[in-house]
Write a protein that binds this ligand. Structure first.
Ligand code: FAD
Length: 400
């Protein structure tokens, strides 16, 4: 007797990594069910690097994002510590590696709206506004119990964020390190133009980053010790605007806070395995990194593009899309990218926090070399935008 399945794949979680996974699968003809509970307000913005923008363009999502996005043509890093050994200022220009922009910055609410709108147009994608309560994998599939009813699929894509039920159900542990840091996020209007330059001030408590938004506005990610973050967050708009302008050394002139404030305690966390027992993890269910160098979601979108490509291939060959071979291939293709990015971001963040002089010296020397040695700087930029270890088809402008 042939077993009845609701769909081939269930994607659990309607954040950006889950939505991109579901859209890519359905656009490739894979019957997919997206289990997404109603979105909560996300006050953050995301700097999407060129590969992610190409993937969203290929999936028919980017046109709706573009009016709300600002191009990032240059990235400036300024050592704003008061330490003995300080790194030189570095300016990375996209034109040095033949690009118009490293990527674009967009408010998450616009990105999510564009993704939900695209998801609604795909015949092969069924959307369930629900919460996954329990998952049970067996030899032929996974049963997912929902708030209302259940679904039965060959493969689950766990896109359910940091406290992932999918990860726990697959019996996958994590290595997690919390930092004594909280990111305060907000958007500001300013009087001077940003000219597409994103500026990252490295301070003793972490990075303070201004990222362009359309017009004379920018998003601010301010990484601080949790007590100071709470103090700033409790300030009036006027007092906070002045504090942010001081942090930015008035680079963009007087500032005015314009939108909701977000507070995000920081950690680095990596799952021991990215897939097991017919459950594949994408995005923050698989890895969490602090907001330095815009790595987090860009890494998550490469997960989404990779699993969609492997599953679409298995479907074309009429084989089981949740087989051990599919999961092993996903694990093999994602390992180097995830391991190298999480380690690099963790190291960079810890080198800012440390009072250990040799570590500060090593950081200063590395940045000095990057500043002085053109080929090294260009290699670093290319690697940042399009990592050699991971170039899924969507990131190259091809459908999965
Ligand atoms: C301050 C800050 C700034 C950042 N800036 C950048 C940046 O510039 N560039 C970048 O690339 N990255 C950035 N990141 C990282 C980026 O925000 C995250 O990587 C991204 O939001 C993770 O997306 P996700 O889809 O994996 O998870 P989430 O956005 O957390 O989505 C998970 C979804 O799953 C749902 N869910 C959970 N459990 C269930 C369940 N049982 N059933 C159904 N649904 C469920 C949740 O409701 C949620 O909608 C930043 C992070 C921080 C903290």
């Amino acid at each position: 007797m042939t077993e009845k399945f609701t769909a081939q794949v269930a994607v659990i979680g309607g954040g950006p990594a889950g939505l991109v996974s579901a859209i890519a699968l359905a656009a490739a003809g894979v019957e997919t069910v997206l289990i997404a509970r109603p979105a909560q307000a996300d006050p953050r913005t995301t700097a999407l690097l060129a590969g992610s923008v190409t993937a969203l363009t290929t999936l028919g999502v980017w046109q709706a994002c573009l009016p709300h996005a600002a191009a990032l043509t240059e990235i400036r890093i300024i050592d704003d510590t008061k330490r003995l050994i300080r790194a030189p200022e570095i300016l990375f220009a996209a034109s040095e590696i033949g690009l118009d922009a490293f990527g674009y910055n967009i408010e998450n609410r616009y990105l999510l709206a564009a993704l939900f709108a695209r998801a609604a147009t795909l015949d092969k994608l069924t959307r369930r506004s629900d919460t996954a309560l329990a998952l049970e994998s067996d030899a032929t599939g996974v049963t997912v119990r929902l708030g209302k009813g259940q679904v039965r699929v060959r493969l689950v894509i766990g896109a359910d964020g940091q406290r992932s039920l999918c990860r726990a159900s697959a019996g996958i542990g994590t290595r997690r390190r919390t930092y004594p840091q909280t990111a305060l996020t907000l958007n500001v209007r300013h009087t001077r133009p940003h000219h597409g330059v994103s500026t990252e001030f490295h301070t003793e408590s972490g990075p303070f980053t201004l990222v362009p938004l359309p017009g004379r506005s920018s998003s601010v990610v301010c990484v601080l010790d949790p007590v100071r973050a709470a103090e700033l967050s409790a300030m009036t708009d006027n007092a906070l605007s002045e504090a942010i302008e001081r942090g930015a050394h008035s680079l963009l002139g007087p500032m005015h806070v314009v939108s909701g404030r977000g507070m995000f305690p920081l950690a680095v966390e990596v799952a021991d395995s990215i897939a097991r027992g017919r459950i594949a993890l994408v995005g923050e269910a698989a890895h969490v990194v602090p907001p330095i160098g815009a790595q987090g979601l860009n890494l998550g979108l490469r997960d989404a593009a990779t699993i969609a490509e492997i599953v679409a291939g298995a479907r074309r060959e009429k084989s089981d899309v949740g087989s051990p071979g599919v999961l092993a291939s996903y694990q093999a293709q994602r390992h180097a990218d995830v391991a190298s990015r999480t380690a690099a971001v963790d190291l960079l963040n810890r080198s800012l926090l440390t009072d250990f002089i040799p570590a500060q010296g090593a950081r200063g020397l590395s940045l000095y070399l990057v500043e002085r040695v053109g080929p090294l700087r260009r290699a670093l930029m290319r690697e940042g935008v399009m990592p050699a270890a991971s170039q899924p088809r969507l990131m190259r402008g091809e459908m999965v």
